[in-house]
Design a binder for this molecule. Structure first.
Ligand code: F6P
Length: 326
């Protein structure tokens, strides 16, 4: 066991639904173990600004159901500088903080890794990103909510697409990975999915659209991952229209809607388990560890692997999506 007495928690990078549930779990597990716990405002920027406040169990009441993050978040450029990290460390020392829980994505882990390598401070990470692109966990906090939001949006678009016999290209988030697109595509019964992980030919799509139109089965929903390799969604749609002037083509970009809203039950439970485990990991003396969940078991992956190893999409799911879109 370590001698940790005071830990701080922050959220960094893009917010994700369920971050509040994770903060609540970190705070309450710490209080349960008689640790003092502090919230850092606006991610690593708050560490540099010394915007650090004590949190008690009651301070995290009534937040498990809320999207966003009560601690606010930021993508900090200053923390990438030597001076920024030095000031951040001085602020931790000034508050006698001896352990840090960081909740976020790849950049958050990278910042945490560099910080703990330079200074004598244990850091444990929780995967908080809608993209689900972090190695070392089946699911990240926020992913389930984001795909449910996206699927709900696509269901609504389907009604109007179907009524008008229009083809909709619907762009979803995910940065460089296609988890949101693949799951949204499968869950909404889309006719095709453009993924960053797969080359997809616009001519081939055009051909399939023509074939299906001939069969009187115009498949009208195409999900496009923002990071796909064929180009911007508007451009793909434009090319399809040029190849098939008779088609009525529309584009919808779901955008930041995917980042907000009440976290689903799955995200709340996931975040609670992970937040609870992060405190226990710090108490055991772990550092540089990303908490994950694989096959329903909590796992611990070195930051280095979580940052540098690529989490692959499930090829079987990709193949299945193609078959089911017939
Ligand atoms: O990482 C989460 C995410 O929503 C990505 O899917 C997206 O590419 C990016 O953040 C958008 O970032 P911002 O909110 O800073 O525009």
């Amino acid at each position: 066991m370590s001698n940790i007495k005071r830990i701080a928690v922050l959220t960094s990078g893009g917010d994700a639904p369920g971050m509040n549930a994770a903060i609540r779990a970190v705070v309450r597990t710490s209080v349960y173990h008689d640790l003092h716990v502090y919230g850092v405002m606006r991610g690593y920027d708050g560490l540099i600004n010394g915007d650090i406040r004590r949190l008690e169990a009651r301070d995290v009441a009534n937040i498990i159901q809320r999207g966003g993050t009560i601690l606010k978040t930021a993508r900090s450029n200053r923390f990438e500088t030597t001076e920024g990290r030095k000031t951040a460390y001085d602020n931790l020392v000034a508050n006698d903080i001896d352990g840090l829980v960081v909740i976020g994505g790849n950049g958050t882990y990278a910042g945490g890794l560099q910080f703990m390598q330079e200074y004598d401070i244990p850091v444990v990470g929780l995967p908080g990103t809608i993209d689900n692109d972090l190695y070392g966990t089946d699911y990240s906090i926020g992913f389930d909510t984001a795909i449910n939001t996206a699927i709900e949006a696509v269901d609504k678009i389907r009604d109007t697409a179907d009524s008008h016999n229009r083809i909709f290209f619907i762009e979803v988030m995910g940065r460089h990975s296609g988890f949101i697109a693949l799951h949204t595509g499968i869950g909404s019964g889309a006719g095709a999915i453009f993924l960053p992980e797969r080359e997809m030919n616009v001519e081939d799509l055009s051909e399939s659209l023509r074939k299906s139109a001939k069969r009187q089965k115009l498949f009208n929903l195409v999900i496009v991952a923002e990071g796909n390799k064929s180009g911007e969604t508007n451009e793909i749609a434009r090319q399809i229209k040029i190849m098939n002037p008779e088609f009525d083509v529309k584009v919808t970009i779901i955008g930041h809607l995917q980042r907000g809203g009440f976290p689903t039950a799955m995200d709340r439970v996931l975040a609670s388990r992970m937040g609870h485990s992060a405190v226990q990991a710090l108490m055991r003396g772990e550092s540089g560890t990303a908490i994950g969940l694989i096959n329903d078991k909590i796992t611990f992956t070195p930051f280095h692997d979580a940052i540098h190893k690529r989490k692959a999409l499930n090829e079987e799911l990709i193949r299945m999506a193609e078959i089911l879109a017939m």
